[in-house]
Design a protein. Structure first.
Length: 71
């Protein structure tokens, strides 16, 4: 079986790949003047990109909580 680090790396890569695919599909639909679908795909791309950065976001949130509790 895969170790936990390798599986997390694969999932992170999948999030970034999904973000890139959604972005390019959004560009394509925007050129076809399907504005609503392109905005939805860009939203999906942003959320997929944030999913790829989930560990860094979690660290940032915990540091902000620590600073807030120390004050």
């Amino acid at each position: 079986m895969f170790s936990r680090k390798i599986s997390q790396l694969i999932i992170t890569f999948a999030f970034f790949y999904s973000a890139v695919v959604c972005h390019f599909k959004a560009i394509e639909t925007y050129k076809d003047e399907n504005i609503l679908l392109s905005y939805f795909l860009w939203f999906c791309a942003v959320t997929s990109f944030a999913g790829g950065l989930r560990f860094q976001i979690a660290k940032l949130v915990s540091k902000i909580k620590e600073l807030k509790n120390n004050e």
